[in-house]
Each structure stands twice: as structure tokens, then as C-alpha cells.
Design a protein around this ligand. Structure first.
Ligand SMILES: Cc1ncc(COP(=O)(O)O)c(C=O)c1O
Length: 392
């Protein structure tokens, strides 16, 4: 099956109103995701929050099965968490670091993750080291191999960085981690939903992602995968009555599956919406989505490259739906605002999100135009025409 663009656009109400190239920010929700949430909110208002959660139990539970199916995991290995950052944090802060432990990460690591490394390094005496890039600008698997020793406690990388079309070689990195028996954490916030991600092929122990980006789910949703074999070694930094059971006056027992990383109160409408969004993506087929996203983004890169003053900045051997560029002599915020004035959505990326990468490349800002399968070839052309007018 290839993507039926007419159907995809018909089922995306926002596509009538805006040219949305901000799918890596927050994609336009499809109608079924919107409907599922509104229906649940109406049920909550009608019969009560607890009562509606009980009545909608199948929909609430489905999100675990859908997430597991999407990434090739088991249902018990999934925790539904309010965003990718907190999902990642729950895994990272569960690792018992000791003085001298090495944390190996990537050049294009996400700012929030790096802040967490620095905090833990400061508190525990662990050290953070950055794996150099290879000649394609992606994490070098050979350099990683050279860095491995018995002190490496964690390899932790971002699959698709926030500021570019780069797809890091996460599977090859996982092979190194597996062979050395080192914990491997992947921030897949920007890859899940746009390209195939399989936790066994990747060899990761932990993986985090968000709902609102390429999965087209509600804001304020995300999930964490934790491999069942490492679960018992990871004590969550916070525990409550969802994550643990209070068994007697002096004791509690942590639950035996990934729900130990969750907390009790949650947004049920959003949780149901996330399940619907994942099922919707599965129905289109991730391979089909990936094929179309790659083809549209390469088309966009091709058209952008002929606009005078525009420089494309995407790195890597495999490039995804995120297209980044800058414009000679112009600030990215100004370009973003001018596009917004023409009803076109993009993001401006700045160094604090990916400081190591931006500073190494000497880049002060990037325009990030991120396409999804429901975007059209006409939108790519219109985008480039408008941009050409802005930069002229
Ligand atoms: C690579 C990466 N990781 C994590 C996040 C954070 O995701 P969330 O806002 O869902 O916490 C982002 C968001 O832009 C991101 O690009």
C-alpha cells in the first residue's frame, strides 16, 4: 500500500487551514485522534472522571498494546508517561551511577538529556564523554568501539536530533552495546512514527518517545520502553501507589513491569488519544509513512537548494523528514516569522537545544521544516516559492 494523500488530508482537518511543516514540533492530529479525546472528555463531564475511565478501560489499555506493537516490544515493557523528557528521565535517573562510571553520548544530544548527565555527573562522580562523529556527521560506531571499557555504564544517544534530518546509526550502536553488555538508552522522540523502530533490532534496553510529533498524538503524552531483563536493576527515582504497593507498615513492593515508571493520576483522554494515534499510524504502515516522508523531504531539499542564499544543513547517511537550513545574513527568527505571516509553520532551532553540535558546526540558528506523509508536493512548491520571496 502506498499513501492515499487525498484520504490522509481529508482526515487531517488542520491541512485545510495551514501549511504545516512543523511535524517535528507537534504534528496535525488526524480526526480519529481528535474524536477519541473529545468523546472521552464528554463522557468525563457526563458521568465522572473515575467512572468514565472505568467504562473506557479497553481504550485506555489499548495504548500499551499499540505502543508495544509499534516498536516490537511486550506490553509489560511499556510505561505511558506525560512526555518524552519525563519518560527518558525515569529511565536515566533509575540507573545507579557510581564514581568513575562513564556515560557515552552523541554530539547531537538533546539539551535536556545533557543537563541530566551533568547533574548526575556532579552528584555521583560519573563522567560524561562524547562519541565523535564520523565523516558523514553521524555518531561514529568505530570511535564508539575504541571508547569501550569496563567503566562504561551507559551508552545514551538521540536517534534523530532535534535540529536536523540526521538519523544516527542506532542499530549499529546497539550491536556494540550488546556485545559489551552495556546499558543502552535511546531518545527516539523524533524518530518513532516517521521511520521503523524496532527495539530488538536496535538492541536498546530503554527507549523514550513523545506522542505529539511524528505519531500525531495529543500533546502531553509519551511513552517509555524498558527491556524486561533490565527492569529489576532499575529503581525509579519516584514511587507512588501506581509504581509500588504498600504491603505493611514498613514495606512496599515495586511493581514487576514497566508501570513502575508511571504515576497514578493521568490524562485519560490523552492516553486514549495516544492509543488511537498509534493504531492510526500502524494502519497506514510505518514503512509506507517512511517512504513518503523521505521522498517529500528529499524533494524539499532539492527545491531549497536552488534558492540563492539558502544553505541546507542536514547531515548523515540516512536523512529523515526534518529539513534544516539557514539563510545568509538573516536571523532564523525573522524567517520563521515571515513564513508564519504567510500561514506556514516551521520552527527555529537554537544552540541550547543541541549545543555540542551547533557549536562544533558554528551555527547560530536553523530553520527546521519538518514534513509528514499528509503534506503534499504542492505544499513543498508553495513553501519554496514563499521562501524565495522572503529571502530575495
Ligand atoms: C530529540 C528530542 N528529545 C526529547 C525531546 C523532548 O520531548 P518532550 O517535549 O515530549 O518531552 C525533544 C523535543 O523536541 C527532542 O527533539
Amino acid at each position: 500500500m502506498t499513501i492515499d494523500l487525498n484520504r490522509a488530508r481529508r482526515e487531517t482537518p488542520g491541512s485545510e487551514h495551514v501549511l504545516h511543516f512543523n511535524n517535528a514540533g507537534s504534528a496535525l492530529m488526524p480526526q480519529p485522534v481528535l474524536d477519541a479525546q473529545i468523546d472521552h472528555l464528554q463522557l468525563e463531564a457526563r458521568i465522572g472522571g473515575y467512572e468514565s475511565a472505568a467504562r473506557a478501560r479497553d481504550g485506555v489499555e489499548r495504548v500499551y498494546g499499540a505502543a508495544a506493537e509499534l516498536i516490537g516490544a511486550k506490553t509489560d515493557e511499556i510505561a505511558i508517561i506525560e512526555n518524552a523528557t519525563r519518560a527518558w528521565d525515569m529511565a536515566f535517573y533509575s540507573i545507579p551511577f557510581e564514581p568513575g562510571d562513564r556515560i557515552l553520548t552523541a554530539m547531537a544530544e538533546y539539551g535536556s538529556n545533557y543537563i541530566a548527565y551533568l547533574q548526575i555527573a556532579c552528584k555521583t562522580g560519573a563522567v560524561v564523554e562524547v562519541i565523535p562523529n564520523d565523516e558523514h556527521g553521524q555518531t561514529s560506531v568505530d570511535a564508539l568501539k575504541e571508547m569501550i571499557d569496563e567503566r562504561v555504564k551507559l551508552i545514551s544517544i538521540t536517534h534523530v536530533p532535534t535540529n536536523g534530518g540526521l538519523v544516527n546509526p542506532a542499530n549499529a550502536i546497539g550491536k556494540v552495546a550488546r556485545e559489551a553488555g552495556i546499558l543502552y538508552l535511546v531518545d527516539a522522540c523524533q524518530s518513532v512514527g516517521q521511520l521503523p523502530v524496532n527495539v530488538d533490532k536496535m538492541g536498546c534496553d530503554m527507549l523514550s518517545t513523545t506522542g505529539r510529533k511524528y505519531l500525531r498524538g495529543p500533546r502531553g503524552t509519551g511513552f517509555l520502553y524498558v527491556r524486561e531483563e533490565v527492569l529489576e536493576r532499575l529503581e525509579p527515582p519516584f514511587l507512588d501507589m501506581r509504581a509500588a504497593t504498600w504491603v505493611d507498615k514498613g514495606h512496599y513492593e515495586i511493581v514487576g513491569n514497566a508501570k513502575r515508571f508511571e504515576n497514578w493520576e493521568t490524562n485519560y483522554a490523552a492516553k486514549i488519544g495516544l492509543g488511537v494515534a498509534i493504531d492510526y499510524a500502524l494502519e497506514w504502515g510505518i514503512e509506507n509513512i517512511w517512504e513518503r516522508v523521505q521522498s517529500l523531504s528529499e524533494r524539499l531539499r532539492g527545491e531549497l537548494s536552488s534558492i540563492p542564499g539558502v544553505t541546507l544543513r542536514d547531515l548523515g547517511e540516512v536523512r529523515c523528514g526534518i529539513v534544516t537550513f539557514d539563510v545568509a545574513g538573516r536571523d532564523v527568527a525573522e524567517i520563521k516569522a515571515a513564513l508564519e505571516g504567510q500561514n506556514i509553520n516551521v520552527t527555529a532551532s537554537r544552540p541550547p537545544s543541541t549545543r555540542l553540535d551547533m557549536e562544533a558546526r558554528g551555527i547560530a540558528g536553523l530553520v527546521r521544516a519538518s514534513v509528514h506523509y499528509y503534506n503534499s508536493e504542492d505544499e513543498v512548491s508553495r513553501f519554496c516559492e514563499v521562501l524565495e520571496g522572503i529571502v530575495a
